[in-house]
Design a protein around this ligand. Structure first.
Ligand code: SF4
Length: 312
């Protein structure tokens, strides 16, 4: 996790350089999890980002490599469906980007992909596994196979260890009523596979409802800090999110549609879009304590959810 950023002013003469860049190289998924918005109606077309557009994005962002601390190659979808994934990681690292990461359901993490990713120098693999049993995991991560997912991840951890690759693993559990009783068994099992000495982590987050976009999946907020309800959101100061079609989203909650119309990073410099008046206006609303006036932020529980994160 990167440390919270002191929120900057939106003074236009001081451009904000994101500390974290998210590039969705693939929009589409092999799974159909009920907690996800990927199959909700959208203007966006499923598919991967053209390699040439990706290369141009990196050229725009490369002068800021020293500031960009994290480089995520995933958005709404399964990155292992992207045929160019390993090539993209290799290119990003060659251009100086640090801390590359993917988040995957691991169903497609076969021997070839594991080998390609380890050798490309991928820094972090976040593995979405939501149960300690087949019945629970497959009920949540629909159209994935529990044994296959577990075997793929265990194999990649062992290949990482045997080859002494620097890749680290985050084994991630989305805590919800259907799996909450399995957390202890889950962390016991995965605790025997991954290793803290290699900076691996086992993490639990509470389920969330994408700012009300997925009905009936609201985060249990009983223990959350209510002072965060109107606090400015650090994500819009530190994270640049670029979707597979080039559109720039406000944050991960806005990833289905990029509904603010900030612009397209295939057509304009992504740093300029991140600092354009339209984006600054949203930051100003947050800084003025008015984020509830924005539909997507009104019911968002991301900040509260961050405080409830648990390490196994
Ligand atoms: S929707 Fe949530 S995560 Fe996104 S900017 Fe608003 S408060 Fe932050």
């Amino acid at each position: 996790m990167i440390a919270p950023l002191p929120l900057a002013t939106t003074e236009p003469t001081k451009p904000i350089i994101p500390r974290r860049v998210v590039i969705e190289t693939m929009f589409g998924c092999n799974a159909t999890c009920g907690m996800c918005v990927i199959n909700h109606p959208t203007r966006r077309k499923k598919g991967h980002m053209p390699m040439e557009s990706y290369r141009q994005l990196l050229e725009h962002l490369a002068p800021h490599c020293d500031t960009i601390e994290k480089f995520d190659l995933f958005g709404l979808g399964e990155p292992l469906l992207d045929p160019y994934l390993a090539e993209r990681i290799r290119l990003a690292k060659a251009m100086g980007f640090r801390n590359t990461a993917i988040s995957t359901n691991a169903h497609l993490l076969d021997a070839k992909r594991r080998n390609d990713l380890l050798n490309a120098g991928l820094d972090t693999v976040i593995c979405s596994i939501d149960g300690a049993t087949k019945a629970t995991h497959e009920a949540i991560r629909t159209r994935t196979n529990f044994e296959r997912v577990v075997n793929n991840v265990v194999a990649m951890v062992r290949e990482r260890d045997a080859g002494d690759f620097s890749t680290r693993f985050v084994i991630r559990f989305i805590r919800q009523p259907a799996n909450i009783t399995e957390w202890d068994a889950y962390r016991t099992f995965w605790g025997g596979i991954v290793s803290a000495s290699r900076r691996d982590l086992i993490l639990a987050y509470d389920i969330h409802d994408w700012s009300g976009q997925v009905k009936g999946r609201a985060t249990p907020m009983a223990l959350a800090d209510t002072a965060l309800d109107s606090a400015p959101c650090h994500h819009i100061f530190e994270k640049l999110v670029i979707l597979a079609d080039g559109s720039v989203a406000l944050c991960f909650e806005d990833i289905l549609e990029a509904q603010f119309g900030f612009g397209n990073a295939f057509e304009n410099d992504p740093i300029a879009i991140f600092n354009a008046p339209r984006f600054r206006k949203v930051r100003d609303l947050h800084l003025a304590g008015k984020r509830k006036s924005l539909n997507i932020c009104k019911d968002c529980k991301v900040l509260q959810n961050e405080t409830l994160q648990t390490e196994g």
